[in-house]
Ligand binder design. Structure first.
Ligand SMILES: Cc1ncc(COP(=O)(O)O)c(C=O)c1O
Length: 390
């Protein structure tokens, strides 16, 4: 970050992961070697660690409108999605065998759905419109007597599109169906309140919000209705039996610290991210022609810009961008899955998918940095188009 010389980098891939905020790292540091005790231990050092974990649950709860007792600590959003979706299907199997999701979910939801289909459950995949949104009416139509869960993400990692979750939540409540949302990309970028959304379960990841990797949480509603997913990790009965294993105290403290910073800075940060994102878009479209923007114009994350460049191969473009870190598709999945399932689901033609870059700005980006990226990108696109014209 900072000035972009030959060897310097400009990190515009904050949807893949964020750096740990130095203020978060400071909060975490004492919990590695000084206050290292096991929070399950009944001695002063253990109680001190437990108090830190309880405080983190309060801070995260305050950010999302939940009580601290509604928070289950996990290793990240992938694990939270597994506990929520598999856990609910298993616990409520006598009530039903059908779940509803959308085509643009992260692989950490779609792969779980495919697994559940393989063991005999039924899944309805809602088709999004060209902006990536599903309509609440589609959810209403898809609900059956045997539906136990609707799982729809709050914000999409590739194109930023926000789903009309509060309306979906009202429908689920009316019909007595539980609602889970993968909120990994939303927390820290837009206001998330589980009560307003009507979410019964919500997945959160620390490393998407300037906290550490390997820490996450699942919000689980305990009242109106009380939700009790079946544990997916069995062991010492930690966390009321919902998720066993010694707690990752530094990671949890980091997630709490990250939540506290967001709660106090979100309004300003949203304006700043929007300005950076819009500056990037204006700069690119002023210098590069034949570009199309993917996703929704307004119902979108403030930091995310998905652009398709005509007559460009995204990998080749990334190769020419030097120190600019951007993503060609979903950099969240470790294996390349071919052309983005999200872009395909919204009907992006294959030749445009091939030339798509996702820019995701973040807390440590600056306007000057954006201008330098625009300059470098415009040069790289021009070079590649010239080469392909030869
Ligand atoms: C929407 C969404 N869900 C889930 C995940 C997985 O999160 P984690 O890396 O915390 O397991 C990601 C990113 O990787 C994501 O963008």
């Amino acid at each position: 970050m900072g000035r972009m010389g030959r060897n310097e980098t400009s990190y515009l891939d904050n949807n893949a992961t964020t750096p740990v905020d130095p203020r978060v790292a400071d909060q975490m540091r004492p919990y590695f070697a000084d206050h290292f005790a096991n929070p399950s231990s009944d001695h002063p050092a253990g109680r001190r660690a437990k108090a830190a974990v309880d405080r983190a649950a309060e801070l995260l709860g305050e950010l999302i409108g939940a009580a601290s007792g509604d928070i289950v600590w996990t290793s990240g959003a992938t694990e939270s999605n597994n506990l929520a979706i598999k856990g609910v299907c298993e616990a409520y199997r006598d009530r039903g065998d059908h779940i509803i999701t959308s085509r643009t979910e992260h692989r950490a939801v779609l792969d779980i759905c495919e697994y559940l289909e393989a063991i005999g459950l039924r899944v309805t995949y809602l088709e999004p419109d060209a902006t990536g949104r599903v309509a609440p009416a589609q959810v209403a139509e898809a609900i059956e007597d045997r539906t136990v869960l609707v799982t729809v993400m709050l914000a999409n990692n590739e194109i930023g599109t926000l789903q009309p979750l509060a309306e979906i939540g009202r429908i689920c409540k009316q019909r007595g169906v539980l609602l889970h949302t993968d909120a990994a990309q939303a927390v820290g970028k837009v206001r998330v309140n589980v009560e307003q959304l009507g979410a019964d379960l919500a997945s959160i990841s620390a490393h998407k919000m300037y906290g550490p990797k390997g820490a996450g949480a699942l919000y689980v509603r305990r009242r109106g209705p009380r939700v009790r997913p079946a544990a997916q990790i069995h062991g010492g009965g930690h966390q009321r039996g919902l998720r066993s294993g010694t707690l990752n105290v530094p990671g949890i403290v980091g997630l709490g610290a990250a939540a506290e910073i967001i709660a106090s800075e979100l309004a300003d940060e949203q304006r700043r991210l929007t300005a950076l994102r819009d500056r990037l878009y204006a700069g690119i479209t002023a210098h590069v022609d034949d570009v199309r923007r993917n996703g929704h114009a307004t119902k979108t994350l403030p930091n995310t810009l998905s652009l398709s460049f005509a007559r460009i191969d995204a990998e080749a473009l990334i190769g020419r961008l030097g120190g600019v870190a951007v993503s060609s598709a979903s950099a969240c999945s470790s294996t390349s899955e071919g052309p983005s399932h999200v872009l395909r689901a919204i009907g992006t033609p294959p030749e445009w998918i091939n030339g798509t870059l996702r820019f995701s700005v973040g807390r440590f980006n600056t306007p000057d940095e954006i201008d330098r990226v625009v300059e470098r990108l415009a040069g790289a696109v021009a070079d590649l188009r010239e080469l392909s014209a030869l």
